[in-house]
Design a protein around this ligand. Structure first.
Ligand code: SF4
Length: 247
């Protein structure tokens, strides 16, 4: 994997999803096959396959320290086009340092990850006045997860991490997106671990070849997405969980 330490010009960027977004890394070691963030290759000048390069913005926290005093307070999404807790974060601690700054200024934060490494920062999360931690979980079937997200943590580990966060009093959510085969069982698995669930279908075509390779084409149809999302919504209603279908 090609690793580069870089100095970024800015870190607190305006976002269409929340007010701001922070991406301490360009590239993502999780290398999910369907990842829409691979468009970053074009902007960062990388020719390596998605997942085989990461630029580490080593000045992220220093930039944030200054930018946070110059911008109007708003909700910050951590992160949009990388996993803020990909394995390199264990060494670089950029997400951790940025979180510390955001929390010390009482800025609302929404973390989105696939990694239990977020538990390392429980000390900061617990101090926050406005913090949500979301896990992207796309299927309940780990053999399906291995096909689409071979380098991301297992579903069991993500569920355990969500449970620990939720039991610690931190607001949690699960992002079931993209809705992969085997997602039906997630509503039950998430019970008691999250405050709400978001469901979105597969909107990109990067992973179509996997559906074809494993004879899963029928799961890519509009019918299949609607059927599975309705099933999840119904199970959530029965158990009183807030479930939002966003497609
Ligand atoms: S964890 Fe997120 S950013 Fe990283 S490869 Fe997977 S979908 Fe893309």
């Amino acid at each position: 994997m090609k690793l580069r330490e870089i100095h970024s010009k800015t870190i607190l960027s305006v976002s269409k999803i929340y007010d701001y977004v922070i991406n301490p890394y360009v590239g993502c070691q999780h290398a999910c096959t369907y990842c829409y963030a691979r468009f970053m290759k074009k902007f960062s000048g990388h020719s390596e396959p998605w997942g085989e390069f990461v630029d580490v913005k080593i000045n992220s926290a220093d930039l944030l320290q200054v930018e946070i005093t110059r911008k109007r307070k708003g909700t910050v999404w951590v992160s949009g086009v990388c996993d803020p807790y990909q394995p390199l974060e264990a060494k670089y601690q950029l997400t951790r340092r940025c979180l510390k700054i955001l929390v010390s200024h009482n800025w609302p934060v929404v973390i989105q990850t696939r990694s239990p490494l977020v538990l390392r920062d429980m000390d900061i999360l617990k101090k926050a006045v406005n913090m949500e931690v979301g896990f992207s979980i796309t299927t309940a079937d780990d053999s399906i997860r291995e096909l689409f997200e071979p380098h991301a943590p297992s579903i069991t580990d993500r569920l355990r991490a969500l449970e620990e966060l939720h039991n610690s009093g931190i607001r949690t959510y699960a992002m079931i997106a993209p809705l992969l085969p085997g997602a039906e069982a997630l509503a039950e698995a998430l019970e008691g671990k999250v405050d709400y669930i978001l469901v979105d279908r597969m909107n990109y075509h990067y992973a179509d070849w996997i559906y074809r390779k494993y004879g899963l084409e029928d799961k890519l149809s509009d019918d299949s997405f609607y059927r599975v999302s309705r099933k999840i919504a119904l199970m959530c209603r029965k158990s009183g969980m807030d479930c939002r279908i966003v497609f």
